[in-house]
Design a protein around this ligand. Structure first.
Ligand code: GDD
Ligand code: MN
Length: 241
């Protein structure tokens, strides 16, 4: 199964080369698409250098503006769907919070026909959060997930997670032009759409490790968007079955 891994980057110069090496070492038929939003630390140029070394397996989408994880992913997903031969599309962070070693297991669930969307999950048995996370952040994430799951009535334990693998047909069926969330809520919006459209979701336990290099781009504004936005999603997609 041909897999394309979409990686959004904003100031991930230390992380990207390491992650790309780890991905290409996996026993998978895999390509990488980096979506860089004109990172001031030179991540875009680093991505170009990586592409020069593997022109058939790595591509870079350069965007001029940083306007959030959601828009970056949407641009990447559109390009992925336009790439001939791609049968599954993965999404993951560049900072090693998402362990590349789990990818083969996620791919197998789609390849075997057991799932249409696989979610890396911190909140199923075997899943874990970094011990370094302060209590308030753990609480926020646990509460946020409980809140989204309850309001949207979606049977997923980790609905804000960003490590996922899509069957091509699943992603192609979503109304991407309607998706508008930028931060954590983007993940909720996408999972909700897939569930509403009747696709089969599966969760695989992951250990979410805090990044070693660089900084998180998630802000307080993004947390607020997520809290208020969950209610808006209900209304926004009322027309879907
Ligand atoms: N191109 C682009 N543009 N990339 C971005 C942007 C942006 O505006 N914002 C963030 N990224 C990239 C980062 O460079 C990284 O590769 C990835 O998106 C995740 O960003 P982080 O800043 O490391 O996010 P986080 O660790 O706080 O949040 C993670 O966990 C959340 C909760 O589980 C992400 O996986 C979130 O999607 C997830 O909701
Ligand atoms: Mn991170």
């Amino acid at each position: 199964m041909r897999l394309l891994v979409v990686i959004p980057t904003y100031n991930e110069a230390e992380n990207l080369p390491r992650l790309v090496s780890a991905l290409f070492a996996l026993p998978l038929d895999l390509g990488v698409l980096v979506v860089d939003d004109n990172s001031p630390d030179g991540t875009g140029e680093i991505a170009e250098a990586l592409k020069a070394r593997r022109p058939h397996h790595l591509d870079v989408l350069h965007r001029t503006e940083k306007n959030g994880l959601g828009p970056a992913y949407l641009a990447g997903f559109r390009k992925a769907l336009d790439t001939p031969g791609v049968e599954a599309i993965a999404q993951m962070d560049a900072d090693f919070s998402h362990d590349p070693a789990v990818l083969p297991q996620m791919a197998a669930l789609v390849e075997n026909g057991q799932a249409d969307l696989v979610l890396g999950s911190r909140y199923v048995p075997g899943g874990r959060l970094d011990e370094q996370w302060p209590l308030w952040r753990k609480g926020l994430s646990t509460f946020g997930n409980f809140y989204a799951r309850t309001i949207l009535r979606i049977p997923v334990r980790d609905v804000t997670g960003g490590y996922r693998l899509w069957r091509r047909e699943t992603l192609a069926a979503l109304p991407l032009a309607r998706v508008h969330a930028a931060g954590y809520l983007f993940q909720v919006e996408m999972a909700y759409l897939a569930y509403k459209l009747g696709f089969r979701l599966a969760e695989v336990p992951i250990y979410f490790q805090e990044r070693q290099w660089g900084q998180s781009k998630m802000s307080f504004a993004i947390q607020i968007e997520a809290a208020i936005g969950v209610w808006r999603l209900l209304k926004r997609y009322r027309d879907l079955p």
